[in-house]
Design a protein around this ligand. Sequence first.
Ligand code: M6R
Length: 364
Amino acid sequence: GKQGFEHFMLKEIYEQGDVIERILNHYLDINGRQLNTGLQPGQSAAIEALNIVACGTSYYAACTARYWLESIAGIPTDTDLASEFRYRNRPMSSHTSNLFISQSGETADTLAALRYAKAIGCPCLSMNNVPTSTMALESDTILPTLAGPEIGVASTKAFMAQLTVLLLLSIDCARHNGSMDFDQELSLIKALHELPSLFHRQLLTQEPIIRLAQMMATSDHALFIGRGQAWPLAQEGALKLKEISYIHAEAYAAGELKHGPIALVDEQMPVVVIAPPDELQPKTLSNLREVASRGGKIILIADSQAIEASSEFITAAIPMPQVDPVLFPLLYTLPLQLLAYHVAKEKGLDIDKPRNLAKSVTVE
Ligand code: M6R
């Protein structure tokens, strides 16, 4: 049941801290010193390049993880939508490693993509939330996401679980190919262990998000922008909003704005700017000023310092606590989910069962 929550989606958002803990308990050995991804050490060391294939929210998890795999583990990573991957005759040898991500493990296009790669003889890993799913049964290696059953059609805790396991996979590959030292690894794992309590605190301070949701509920459109890992997060935030609130939301890499989309900006346009304090933040904040000078209503999700520094340009802000920069994607997902949830709630919509959507898409 909903255990006292008004919607499954909200319950599942609240469960995310526990999900991270469950994943850490499963993937770390008893001393917290060895990662147990189910991959043999030789296998993770042998991943020279990775191809990740998925749909929807699972695809955005893949796009987010690409940055970890490349920057932490030095593994060149491609991401593909399953519905495109199948038909674009990508040259692949039997040495290309593929990872298929699917919460349900039943998504028709992702399953077909898995079968396509298997037929070529490629090593196929899959990351699923349902251990008995067709994809789990047909893969060579399974990375379980352990989020528990997800009922809300809008994926929340499964996305968080995918990100967590993808980060652990990146760390595992980095260890085995020598691109991360042990101290870095320990400090990341420690920061991951502290994340659930940060989530807990964020969930206690939803007031600014609720006020913001009341403002956004009257909009017909919204833009989401970010750079680096904040770009796929912007895409995920926009997808969440359109799925359950039916507001037309688009995400852009912040640097792309002036190549076209900025023409959309006027006084009616809310622009959600995701700007964690990383080396790209100054650039994102300068894009923010460009949008503000066109009249756009800026909603800034960032650390308090950046919010302070941009105060004259913004309409609203969601202040975020400090955390190891590697973990920004996990932390900054939470306000995006809550924003979509509260907007849909404000509009009185059927949050757990949005129109036209099914929990798993088993036709092409
Ligand atoms: O079960 P899957 O992860 O394969 O599902 C993929 C998409 O259908 C799914 O993520 C969809 O986009 C969600 N409704 C997003 O909230």
